[in-house]
Write a new protein. Structure first.
Lengths: 584, 106
């Protein structure tokens, strides 16, 4: 107790003492605090100033996102703005088998079965395929899946299954314009037709955006932007209404005749625009399984054959131009057969003993043409054919366009000179033939054809005297005159004056001519003020009839009538009632 | 104590007077700094919201574009020429006019 007491009193005394401040302790504490502060500042400076790269990188990894901005392929439309090819975004479903097996593989097998069902795959096959490619990191399961299906797939929440943006090309017009427009491959690049020819124009440039996202996935900062370049739209010169009528007519024709194939091409003579280009049989461009090469070929531009009698108006033009005949000169026709060298030229239909060039064209007399051809130098005829464009491409510039064979030789026998005047010894494609007839329809003004809608009319080149052309146009109008015995009367269109030339050519095979024919009808309408030029080609008509006037002319008439109606061309034949309400 | 000219109770008033007299410029600058700092925060927040909204509109635009493309397809398949023609001929008994029932009005 005494000790306690004494100590207590001692404490009390010490408390009163002023020496509570111990300098070394104070110093130590201050030192510690400053050290800690310095360490903090040092660390902060190190992070912020000396070595910030790694942390910035780590931060960016967690918040920076690069977004691809896919750009759609341009829309192809017809001259009236009707869409013919449209790209729609779709998804591809892919799998990462390594990821799948790391996450437990096929444990929830019913989910995998649901995936197989929605993608239309066989259940066991899908599982076997994933099993087989266990080591791979990327396997496509399905391409071009619709957004609804893709949504279902993403809701299945399967590990290692992902979706990728793609684009799919749809062709609303289906098989009607399939040849002309062509198709794209699975990667979205053009393989055929306009899709291929104008691929660069139609294809866009995809863009990229770098953005910063916050914790909730919202974009909070735009860091950089590489603008996307959308694919440019393309407006064709085609009129889809005429195209549809033409396709339906041709499709019926090749079944009814029957024939192997038929092709039709229609051009506006005033602008050189192609208004319709159709082939039958055709294919469905939306269905990849329907692509056989015989269906996919655009015969209008790829297949060249001897044009037969369709060249006759140009022989007559040359004969009139060089002055050896005029429209009233009578030419002696010896009979149905004419001997030329060791060969015979024969006519199909009977013709008078003396005929004008108009009558020769009307009856499509080979003998008459032979006489004309033998009366003038062959160089003149070749030069005329070249002038109107039998030897040159039509100017539409489509992939796969062929140019027929044009003879280039010095020595010509008489029979060669004769047959050259009625369409043998050279070959042309239907597009070349329509180019020539468009030149005829434009009164000898030759313009390149165009598959794109033209803003302003291309200035043409006058290759023949318009007066001569007008005379020849009236001559070929007589071909559709049934009473006068014209061979192409089935190409007549009620209400309009139509001029045509029919043609039938034997198909050349190795070593000569075979048993198959090509039937043509080529012509212009209306004759008083030509607006349209059309060529119909029927390949290998198998029925009893195979002449151009019997096989191709009805197709010509039906399509030409619809085209004239659709384009609102005023009827020029006097058979139609006229009501004059403006100039009474 | 009574000789002391400035009693300690006036210290607050003294500081206040100093702020408006000698320290006027720093005080105004202090306030301006505060305002500007708050404005930076506010504007940043606003701009983030605008960017989020813009992003939303971009997404909406892309979706509308997809919808438009699908509508085109639907329109074209419904307005397909042979379908319209079949409908016109079979359902409502229309006919293609022939040259005989055409009258040219001049």
């Amino acid at each position: 107790m005494a000790l306690f007491k004494s100590s207590k009193t001692k404490n009390q005394r010490r408390q009163k003492a002023p020496s509570a401040f111990i300098p070394w302790r104070f110093g130590v504490i201050c030192g510690c605090i400053f050290l800690a502060l310095a360490a903090l500042i040092g660390r902060a400076a190190y992070i912020q100033v000396l070595e910030p790269g790694r942390l910035i990188q780590e931060g960016d990894l967690r918040s920076l996102r690069v977004k691809a901005m896919p750009s759609a392929r341009g829309i192809i439309s017809d001259r009236n703005g009707e869409q013919l090819a449209v790209s729609v975004p779709v998804q591809a479903v892919w799998a990462d088998p390594v990821q799948i097996y790391k996450n437990g593989g096929m444990q929830q097998v019913e989910r995998w079965h649901a995936l197989a069902d929605v993608l239309g795959l066989d259940r066991q096959e899908l599982l076997a395929r994933l099993e087989k490619y266990q080591k791979r990191r990327f396997v496509y399961l399905a391409r071009q899946v619709s957004p609804a299906m893709a949504d279902y797939v993403s809701k299945l929440k399967l590990p290692g299954i992902g979706l990728k943006d793609e684009s799919r090309r749809f062709y609303p017009s289906g098989e009607v314009s399939a040849h002309l427009i062509g198709v794209t491959g699975i990667d979205g690049h053009g393989l055929e037709g306009v899709e291929r020819t104008y691929d660069g124009w139609l294809t866009g440039e995809p863009g990229r955006r770098t953005v910063r996202k916050d914790r909730y996935g919202r974009v909070v900062e735009n860091i950089s932007l590489q603008k996307r370049e959308p694919g440019k739209p393309l407006e064709l010169s085609i009129d889809q209404r005429i195209q549809a009528v033409a396709y339906r007519t041709m499709k019926e024709a090749i079944v009814n005749l029957p024939a192997t194939s038929a092709s039709l091409v229609l051009a506006d003579v005033n602008t050189g625009e192609i208004l319709a280009m159709v082939n039958a049989p055709s294919f469905n461009p939306n269905n990849r399984n329907d692509r056989q090469s015989y269906k996919m070929r655009n015969r209008v531009i790829t297949d060249s054959f001897e044009p037969g009698s369709t060249v006759k108006p140009f022989g007559v033009l040359e004969a009139m131009e060089s002055g050896i005949v005029d429209e009233s000169t009578l030419i002696k026709i010896p009979g149905r057969r004419l001997r030329v060298g060791s060969n015979y030229v024969s006519d199909v239909s009977r013709i008078e003993k003396e005929a004008t060039v108009g009558r020769i064209l009307q009856k499509s007399s080979n003998i008459g043409m032979t006489k004309l051809s033998l009366a003038m130098p062959i160089e003149d005829l070749i030069e005329m054919y070249q002038r109107v464009g039998f030897d040159e491409p039509s100017g539409i510039n489509l992939v796969g366009e062929a140019v027929g064979l044009f003879p280039n030789r010095r020595r010509w026998s008489d029979i060669e000179r004769a047959t050259f005047a009625y369409g043998y010894g050279l070959s042309v494609t239907p597009i070349q033939l329509v180019h020539v007839y468009a030149t005829l329809g434009a009164k000898g003004l030759k313009r390149p054809l165009s598959i794109l809608k033209t803003e302003k009319i291309v200035p043409g080149k006058q290759v023949i005297d318009p007066k001569l052309v007008e005379e020849v146009l009236t001559m070929i109008e007589s071909v559709t005159d049934k009473a006068g015995g014209g061979g192409g009367w089935r190409a007549r269109v009620p209400g309009y004056r139509v001029g045509v030339k029919t043609g039938t050519a034997k198909k050349a095979i190795a070593g000569g001519y075979g048993d198959d024919y090509i039937a043509y009808t080529a012509g212009v309408a209306p004759i008083s003020k030509p607006r349209l030029a059309m060529v119909v080609m029927v390949n290998e008509p198998k029925g009893e009839q195979y002449y151009g006037g019997a096989v191709a002319a009805p197709i010509f008439a039906e399509v030409m009538q619809s085209a004239l109606q659709i384009l609102n061309v005023p009827p020029d034949a006097d058979t139609i009632d006229k009501m004059n309400i403006v100039n009474k | 104590m009574s000789l002391d000219p400035q009693p300690p109770s006036n210290l607050a008033r003294l500081i206040a007077r100093d702020i408006v007299s000698v320290g006027r410029v720093p005080a105004i600058l202090l306030i301006l700094i505060l305002i500007s700092a708050l404005a930076v925060v506010y504007i940043t927040h606003q701009s983030r919201q605008m960017i989020a909204q813009q992003e939303q509109l971009f997404i909406e635009r892309d979706q509308l574009d997809i919808e438009w493309r699908n509508q085109i397809l639907e329109e074209n398949s419904l307005a397909e020429h042979s379908r319209v023609e079949r409908f016109a001929e079979e359902e409502i008994n229309m006919k293609r006019p022939s040259a005989k029932n055409e009258i040219v009005v001049q």
